[in-house]
Design a protein around this ligand. Structure first.
Ligand code: OGA
Ligand code: NI
Length: 359
């Protein structure tokens, strides 16, 4: 009977199409049970480290045509991708006004009239613009204190400007054109870090697909009982994340959670599962999560480099040039679609998807 109640409650919540923000607007002081963490889960594996976060911060501004400066940046990027799977970048070329307006646009979308916002509410992952609360509401063991808007932007079939919500249409187009340029540069630096030709990863079409996933984390009355985002790795090649100044993002490093502190003007870059797969574990796709907070809303925008509904049959396996007798392939080949289908069917349940494709 208990599980029946849970399903009814989840369905009723979903049917409001108002998301977590709807609960907060209604004045809840206790979070519904289906948002609750299993006892002790927040603590595992270890308490948050009190050590200063050492997630590298890399200044891209020094890349100015001088080959030696570029080589230094490549080394920093390679080291970060191998050790942490995460780094932050400064002087990435995207104006501060564009970053600010992108966060504002997400806030406007979530805070507009419910009747307008509701029109975008869907769980159909083939839709190019999707607003919902918890894409995995019906699959995951617990819901997260978060509402999200996802837009597929490349390649075709992708969102046309007029299909995007009006309140954030222009800034999504502008922001993502900057992100595509930055992604191209990052794939160049990562290729060089692997000892491959500069355009290797771009030629493999790692930067061909782009989806924007924006998150709105309303203030939570009982933040110690739930999470903003459950621990997961990203199912893409590379993610560029813009976060506001509230904080709460953490990464798992050597069995401890480390904060990824907000730095004004910085973007957070992390390696996704598919880049770990094709580099045969050289670059690490690392688990991360977002804590819930009494302070909010927190807004963030993740840009995923990965094709989404695009029906490519291209197989991705470990890059042959990186393999040797001492470094045999660890994964079988997979299409992006096969990979994403596994992710969508299980949701954020804390288990690795990458392991399913290990040889
Ligand atoms: C994600 C993610 C972190 C954040 O969208 O995959 O990890 O800060 N987001 O919202
Ligand atoms: Ni993520």
């Amino acid at each position: 009977m208990a599980s029946y109640d849970r399903e009814t409650e989840i369905k009723a919540f979903d049917d409001t199409k108002a998301g977590v923000k709807g609960l907060v607007d209604a004045g809840v002081t206790q979070i519904p049970p289906f948002f609750r963490l299993p006892p002790g889960a927040l603590k595992s594996p270890e308490p948050t480290s009190t050590a200063r976060a050492e997630i590298p911060v890399i200044d891209l501004g020094i890349i100015n045509g001088d080959p030696e400066e570029r080589e230094n940046v490549v080394e920093l990027v390679r080291g970060a991708a191998e050790r942490f799977g995460f780094f932050q970048v400064l002087n990435h070329g995207i104006p501060q006004s564009v970053l600010d307006e992108m966060l504002e646009g997400v806030r406007r979308f979530n805070e507009q009239e419910l009747e307008v916002k509701k029109r975008y509410y869907t769980r159909d992952s083939s839709k190019i613009v999707r607003f919902n609360s918890n894409f995995d509401l019906y699959q995951s063991p617990m819901a997260n204190w978060r509402d999200s808007l996802a837009c597929t932007l490349a390649p075709e079939p992708a969102a046309k400007p007029e299909e995007l919500p009006e309140v954030c249409r222009d800034i999504i187009m502008e922001y993502t054109s900057h992100i595509q340029r930055l992604g191209h540069l990052l794939f160049e630096l990562l290729s060089e870090g692997l000892g491959l030709d500069t355009q290797y990863l771009n030629d493999l079409e790692c930067g061909k697909g782009l989806s924007l996933l924006s998150h709105y984390y309303p203030p939570c009355p009982q933040p110690e009982l739930t999470l903003g985002t459950s621990k997961h790795t990203d199912p893409d090649f590379l993610t560029v994340l813009l976060q506001d100044n509230i904080g709460g993002l953490q990464v798992l490093h050597e069995d401890q959670w480390f904060d990824v502190p907000p730095i004004p003007g910085a973007l957070v870059i992390n390696i996704g599962d598919l880049l770990q797969l094709i580099t045969n574990d050289k670059f690490k796709s690392v688990e991360h999560r977002v804590l819930a907070s009494k302070i909010g809303p927190r807004v963030s925008v993740a840009c995923f480099f990965s094709t989404h509904v695009y029906p490519s049959e291209r197989q991705y396996g470990p890059i042959k040039k990186l393999l040797s007798e001492k470094n045999p392939p660890k994964y079988k080949g997979v299409t992006v679609r096969e990979y994403l289908n596994v992710c969508y069917s299980k949701g954020l349940d804390g288990k690795s998807v990458l392991d399913k494709f290990r040889l």
